[in-house]
Structures are given as C-alpha cells and as structure tokens.
Write a protein that binds this ligand. Structure first.
Ligand SMILES: Nc1ncnc2c1ncn2[C@@H]1O[C@H](COP(=O)(O)OP(=O)(O)OP(=O)(O)O)[C@@H](O)[C@H]1O
Ligand SMILES: [Mg+2]
Length: 247
C-alpha cells in the first residue's frame, strides 16, 4: 500500500483523488500537513460516499431528493466534506450557498452536517506547539445559526458568541433587518462576523446560505466583505424550483 512519508517543504505530496485520500486514512497514517485538510474517524468506502450522503440527507430532510437541479451543488459540498479538490473545490475555504428562496440551501447545510457527522470528518486547523495534547484537528461540525438570531444575540450580549468556532454556519445571510439599534447596525454585525472569521490566525471554516444574488450582496455589504466572500469561499449555486411550492 502506498504510504505518505513526510517530505521536504517543496515536495509536498498531493492528493489526486478521494480514493487515494481514503486509502491513506484507512492505512492509519497521521496526516500532518495542512494540505491534507481532512481525516475521518468513520471513512465511507469511496463507492458508497453518495449513498451515505443521501441516507443522511433523508434522515434530516424527509423526502430529500437528489436530482439534476441540485446535483452540482451536492457533488461540490461532498467534495468539500471529503477534501476532494479534483473538481475545483477548495476544502480549506468556506462554502457560500447561493440561490433563490426554497431551492434547498438550508436543507443542504443540514444534510451536509449529518453526512460529516456520520463519516466522522475532521479538518486540520493548526498545531499549537504549546499544547502537545492538541494535534490541530477539529470535528467538521457546527451549530447552525440563523443570521437574525446572530444579530439579536449580538445586541443582547455585545459580542457574537462563538465567532471563532472552528466551523460556523450562517443561514440566510441578508435577512438581517438593518435598523440601527444599540450602536451597531445589523449589516455591520454580519460584516464583523465575516471579517473576524476570515482574519483569524487559523483557518476557520464558514458556511453561509443566502438567497441574495451577487448584485444584491454588493448593494448590501461593503467592498471588503464582498471581496472576502469572493476570495475565501467556494461559491455554490443552488438552483431549480422553489421546493416549497412543489410539495
Ligand atoms: N433536495 C430536496 N428534496 C426534497 N425536498 C427538499 C429538498 N431540499 C429542500 N426541500 C424542502 O423544500 C423546502 C425548502 O427548503 P429549504 O428551506 O432548504 O430552502 P432554502 O433554499 O433554504 O430556502 P430560503 O431561501 O427561503 O431559506 C423545505 O420544506 C425542504 O424540506
Ligand atoms: Mg434557507
């Protein structure tokens, strides 16, 4: 079996496919380089990844369907979860699920979370030399947060709880009502959240869903926020019909 030994700085081995990654994980190798940004305590067989995702999706979204309209989005979020870069997804960047109302963005985040939990996905954040017990790996799991609740909590507490959590999912970006109350406007709270997470000195992962399009995002947020959304997220279009109307 092929194993990956520590190589020189300029010679970092690349994972060319998920198959190779899962072989490495199964072989019990400790994957030390941040380039290997995923490992799994319960790795699925490569040929079963899709069916495992669907199984978990149906558990959290009853009647969940994987069809031609959400196929690209599902493929890409699975790539992200398992760390497969072959189709252009960067597992070290966040996910920005963009699409009209009711196309299933929130449901995809729920399904993704259940899938990550099932396969015991972890990602590499950083190894703190001062803490030997901390090997730098964190579960690829998060508490889903709705944008409106984040803003409310900020107003009650004066800070954003868990802003530096290893993974953070912000559902429905753009629904915050921008009335200025107690100092910070709602839009500013969200700007602060995105800025803090993108500037943290370890690679935090942020997942966002929004039904604003690029133009509406541009109108609402400042250039720096837009630039972060463009540069530090995988943009995943979630298209198709409003699934609420077709129940
Ligand atoms: N893939 C799917 N198969 C079947 N039903 C789905 C699927 N995805 C979502 N649904 C259902 O469609 C409805 C809308 O889904 P969801 O809330 O995820 O959409 P959304 O894109 O987040 O909408 P919004 O933009 O309004 O937040 C829900 O009732 C959900 O159960
Ligand atoms: Mg939603």
């Amino acid at each position: 079996m092929e194993t990956i030994a520590a190589k020189g700085k300029n010679e970092q081995p690349k994972i060319s496919s998920i198959k190779k990654l899962s072989e490495i994980v199964k072989s019990g190798e400790v994957i030390a380089s941040p380039i290997y940004s995923r490992r799994f305590s319960n790795p699925p067989k490569v040929e079963e990844i899709d069916s495992v995702f669907l199984e978990e999706a149906v558990k959290v979204v009853p009647g969940f369907v994987w069809d031609e309209t959400n196929n690209d989005a599902i493929t890409r979020i699975i790539d992200w979860a398992v760390g497969d870069r072959s189709r252009g997804v960067d597992p070290n960047k966040g996910l920005l699920l963009m699409g009209p109302a009711g196309t299933g963005k929130t449901s995809l985040l729920l399904a993704l979370r259940a899938f990550c939990q099932r396969i015991g996905a972890q990602f590499f954040i950083s190894r703190k030399s001062s803490d030997e017990a901390d090997d730098g790996w964190r579960p690829l799991l998060w508490m889903p947060r709705h944008t409106i609740d984040v803003v409310e909590e900020y107003r009650e507490l004066g800070h954003i709880p868990n802003v530096s959590a290893p993974v953070y999912a912000l559902d429905d970006l753009g629904t915050e009502v921008d009335v200025r109350r107690w100092g910070e406007s709602a839009v500013n709270v969200i700007r602060i959240l995105i800025a803090r997470r993108c500037e943290w000195n370890a690679p935090l992962l942020t997942l966002i869903s929004t039904n604003l399009d690029a133009h509406a995002l541009q109108e609402r947020y400042d250039d720096r926020t837009i630039s972060r959304l463009r540069g530090e997220f995988n943009i995943i279009p979630v298209l198709g019909r409003d699934r609420r109307q077709h129940k």
